[in-house]
Design a binder for this molecule. Structure first.
Ligand code: F6P
Length: 521
């Protein structure tokens, strides 16, 4: 079962959307609300403890119908089936895309159950202090060494679930920057630190370099025989892990059918499991599983990821918006945006369609943002009065975790005020001072979630995973490969050979040549 390969531009819905856009593009959100008494009621989706209000978008009933028709015409239903079928829908790499299997508790693959059990036992030993370091002391710090999908997901979730964390101290080393490594090593003690080396391929320059440096540092105090007590790995490449010197028992599995940026649900999330305990890790997976079921079975109209994807396509391809902002009103979610940048931009930053032709529409949205209210005091000026139209996703939790209602009410009030200000502006008000005019008509979604728990976080992440998949289906691109990152890696190798004097690579470009000379002086 392959993904359908339909050029969206040739669908009737796309053509009608283009005409519809011309006749509605100036229509003001304030007027949409004035014309429809029950707009807020009509344009929301309630699912478990999620409430999505998408009424503050520049869409009418007709827009929604046409977008839903577009989803039908590109055969989204079939695409969803293909994704969940386990077939190799990542055609350019000939791989299945089955990260949802990692949280499919209904019908779990035996190898996934086994890996979860291994994670459970391991994390329990570390948390309880049963796992001892080479001098007999319990583990106090965990250092995750990985990059991209082997770093961003675990780092983001460990931060997001800080409230649920135990005493273990968590660190993440990702960049191939010696200073980054040294700053971390300064904070830890080799006797009480556990290193988790995470690399699906176990060939990634950054991760291997950092792992070697850390291992050397460890051996300044300990001996080779102590390595198994302090180093574990997560990878598909068992041979490379073994030659790094990691004991077989200390290897956690990864699979070909899990893409790096969708892997936090696997043993890549081992640091999460240690930080919050297996029960909470399981709840995270359960939350994602619930979102998977919603995505698979809810009608398109009542489907949160699908509606978000369609609305985003409307802005990206018809309003020609250059980017989208994501603003969670929770400091716990401060790492959500960088995480989503990899998920969304590595997936949908493509310009060749599924038929091998150049695409003729804009693909991948640029996502950016940070937490509210901080963001209000940083970039919101541009959102309110700048020349660019930037749709926003506001994410906000009804309850705080420590129960401080005074603070939470202020936080929520700010969030709701921003979406209203963006929408209404000073529309209709008699504002004489030109500099104080807000034109409004700036769209947003508001996602209100009951409380930040491992389960709701799992659902939230899975929601964005499915949203980006739907967009890839519509744009007729392959969302699950990432060939665009390869060329730079190859060139870096040649430049490194030249810089280190190992081999003289024939670097032609005069700018690069000159820069190399400058560095080598
Ligand atoms: O360079 C991009 C990438 O391949 C990502 O897709 C991936 O998450 C990251 O590198 C790390 O890869 P690995 O887990 O194989 O070290």
């Amino acid at each position: 079962m392959a993904l359908p390969k339909i050029n969206p531009l040739q669908t009737t819905a796309w053509k009608e959307l283009a005409i519809h856009f011309e006749s509605t593009k100036e229509h003001h959100l304030v007027d949409y609300f004035r014309e429809e008494d029950n707009r807020a009621e009509n344009m929301h989706i309630e699912w478990r403890n999620f409430y999505l209000d998408y009424s503050k978008n520049r869409i009418s009933e007709k827009t929604r119908k046409l977008l839903l028709r577009l989803a039908d015409e590109v055969k989204l239903k079939e695409a969803i089936k293909a994704q969940f079928s386990g077939e190799a829908i990542n055609e350019t790499e000939k791989r299945a895309v089955s990260h949802t299997e990692l949280r499919n508790f209904d019908k779990m693959k035996p190898e996934v159950s086994e890996a979860l059990r291994k994670m459970e036992h391991f994390s329990e030993k570390v948390i309880s202090g049963e796992w001892k370091g080479y001098t007999g002391k319990r583990i106090k710090s965990i250092v995750n060494i990985g990059i991209g999908g082997s770093d961003l997901g675990p780092d983001m979730v460990c931060e997001a679930l800080r409230y649920y964390r135990n005493e273990l101290d968590l660190h993440f080393i990702s960049n191939v920057e010696g200073d980054h490594v040294r700053e971390t090593l300064k904070q830890i003690d080799p006797e009480t630190t556990l290193f988790i080396i995470v690399s699906k391929s176990f060939t990634t320059q950054e991760t291997l370099t950092n792992a070697q440096t850390v291992r050397k540092w460890f051996l300044e105090n300990a001996e080779e025989k102590d390595v198994p007590k302090h180093f574990v790995a997560v990878s598909t490449n068992l041979q490379a892990v073994a030659s790094f010197g990691i004991a077989r028992d200390n290897i956690f599995p990864m699979w070909d059918w899990v893409g790096g940026r969708f892997s936090l649900w696997s043993a890549v999330g081992l640091s999460i499991c240690c930080a919050v305990g297996y029960r909470n890790f399981r709840q995270l997976l359960k939350g994602a599983e619930a979102m998977d079921n919603h995505f698979r079975h809810a009608s398109f109209e009542a489907n949160i990821p699908i509606m978000l994807a369609l609305i985003s396509v409307w802005y990206n391809n018809f309003f020609k918006c250059e980017s989208e902002a994501i603003v969670p009103y929770s400091q716990y979610l401060q790492k959500l945006v960088p995480y989503l940048q990899q998920a969304i931009m590595e997936s949908n930053g493509k310009s060749t369609d599924r038929n091998g032709n150049e695409v003729h529409c804009q693909t991948g949205t640029i996502v950016w943002g940070s937490t509210g209210t901080n963001a209000q005091h940083a970039f919101f000026q541009l959102l309110h009065q700048g020349t660019k139209l930037v749709p926003v996703d506001f994410i906000c939790f009804k309850e705080s975790l420590y129960g401080d209602t005074g603070h939470q009410q202020k936080l929520i009030a700010n969030c709701l005020a921003q979406s209203e200000a963006l929408m209404e502006g000073t529309h209709g008000a008699n504002t004489e001072n030109q500099f104080k005019v807000f034109k409004g008509n700036r769209p947003s979604n508001t996602l209100l979630i009951e409380r930040l728990t491992p389960e709701t976080l799992g659902s939230l992440i899975a929601m964005y995973e499915h949203k980006l998949f739907v967009q890839g289906v519509i744009w007729n691109i392959f969302s699950y490969d990432q060939w665009g990152v390869e060329l730079g890696k190859k060139l870096a190798k040649g430049i490194l050979d030249t810089l280190s004097g190992e081999k003289k690579e024939s670097i032609q470009n005069t700018s690069t040549k000159k820069l190399i000379e400058k560095v080598s002086q």
